[in-house]
Design a binder for this molecule. Structure first.
Ligand SMILES: Nc1nc2c(ncn2[C@@H]2O[C@H](COP(=O)(O)OP(=O)(O)OP(=O)(O)O)[C@@H](O)[C@H]2O)c(=O)[nH]1
Ligand SMILES: [Mg+2]
Length: 269
C-alpha cells in the first residue's frame, strides 16, 4: 500500500471554477476500469489522477498550489521538501467515493539511496495514474537524472499517450531583463522554443506535449491545464496514439493563435 497524505478535499466544482478546466467530468461517463483504487487507512476511493513528478526543487508543489489557487502543498526555497506523496482530492459527480486527484510526489536527485525508493514509488504511481506531468526546468542543461528516470518509467506508448512535460521556471531563461516586471522578451521566447525542440528530441516526446510555465507567477498555466484536460479526456474516451498527438498539436496551435490574436487586440487599447 502506498502511503499518502490528503491535504485538501472538496467538490469538483471548486477545481472547475479555480481552473476553468475539467468540467467534462460532469458529462462524461467514466468507465470503472479507468478508476484506480486507493486505500487511505481502510478508506477506499476510486480515482482518476494526475501525478506531478521530477527532480527536487523544480517546483512541483509550487505548481500545484498555483493550480488549486491555495497554499496547501509545502514548498521550500532551500532544502528538498516533499517527503511523502500528498494529494488534493475533488469529488466526482459519478459516485460516493469517486474522485479526481492531483498528486504531488517527492522529488528525485537528492541522493542515490533515496532515489531508488522514490523511483519505485514513481513506477507504481505512473502505472496507476491517468496522466503524468513531469517537471523540467527551462534554465537547466543537465538532463542525465531525468533521462535515466524516463528510461525506467516510460514506454514509447506511454510517452505518446498520457505524458506532459511542464518546462518550469521560464522566468529564469536568459537573457533575463532584471529591470522590468516579468514579461518574456522575444529572445527568451526563442530560447524557450529551442529548449523545447532539444528536449523533444532527446526525450523522444512530441513538442506540443512540452508546456512552458512559470509556477510562481502563473505564466503558461492555462495552456498546461488545457493539455492536462485534453489528455485526461483522451484517456477517458480512449482516443490515443499518434492520431491523438496530431489532433492535440492542431488544437494547441489553434489555441495559441487565439491567444496571440487576443493579446494583439489588448495591445491596441
Ligand atoms: N523563479 C522561479 N522559482 C520557482 C518556480 N517554481 C518554483 N520555484 C521556486 O523553487 C523552489 C522549490 O519549489 P518547490 O515547489 O518546493 O519544489 P518541489 O519540486 O516541490 O521540490 P521537492 O518537494 O523537494 O521535490 C521554491 O523556492 C519555489 O518558489 C518558477 O517558475 N520560477
Ligand atoms: Mg515538493
Amino acid at each position: 500500500m502506498v502511503c499518502r497524505k490528503i491535504l485538501f478535499e472538496s467538490a469538483l466544482d471548486e477545481l472547475v471554477s479555480a481552473t476553468n478546466s475539467f468540467d467534462f467530468f460532469e458529462f462524461e461517463d467514466i468507465p470503472n476500469s479507468l478508476l484506480s483504487e486507493q486505500n487511505d487507512s481502510g478508506d477506499i476511493s476510486k480515482e482518476i489522477s494526475v501525478i506531478f513528478i521530477g527532480k527536487t526543487g523544480y517546483g512541483k508543489s509550487t505548481l500545484l498550489n498555483k493550480i488549486i489557487n491555495q497554499h496547501f502543498f509545502a514548498t521550500s526555497d532551500v532544502a528538498s521538501c516533499t517527503k511523502t506523496m500528498q494529494v488534493a482530492k475533488f469529488k466526482l459527480p459519478k459516485g460516493d467515493n469517486c474522485y479526481f486527484t492531483l498528486c504531488d510526489l517527492p522529488g528525485i536527485g537528492e541522493n542515490v539511496q533515496v532515489d531508488k525508493e522514490y523511483l519505485k514509488l514513481y513506477a507504481k504511481m505512473v502505472s496507476q495514474a491517468t496522466v503524468v506531468v513531469y517537471l523540467l526546468r527551462a534554465d537547466q542543461r543537465d538532463f542525465a537524472i531525468d533521462e535515466r528516470a524516463f528510461e525506467l518509467l516510460f514506454s514509447e506508448d506511454l510517452k505518446h499517450e498520457r505524458l506532459i512535460i511542464a518546462l518550469n521556471c521560464v522566468d529564469k531563461v536568459e537573457p533575463i531583463n532584471r529591470e522590468i516586471e516579468f514579461e518574456l522578451t522575444e529572445k527568451q521566447k526563442n530560447n524557450i522554443e529551442l529548449k523545447k525542440q532539444d528536449i523533444a528530441s532527446s526525450f523522444g516526446v512530441e513538442s506540443c506535449m512540452i508546456r512552458e510555465i512559470c509556477s510562481t507567477n502563473g505564466y503558461g498555466l492555462s495552456m498546461l491545464l488545457f493539455a492536462i484536460h485534453i489528455n485526461v479526456q483522451a484517456v477517458i474516451t480512449k482516443k490515443q496514439g499518434e492520431e491523438f498527438s496530431k489532433e492535440m498539436e492542431a488544437t494547441m496551435r489553434e489555441l495559441k493563435d487565439m491567444e496571440e490574436e487576443l493579446l494583439g487586440i489588448l495591445d491596441e487599447f
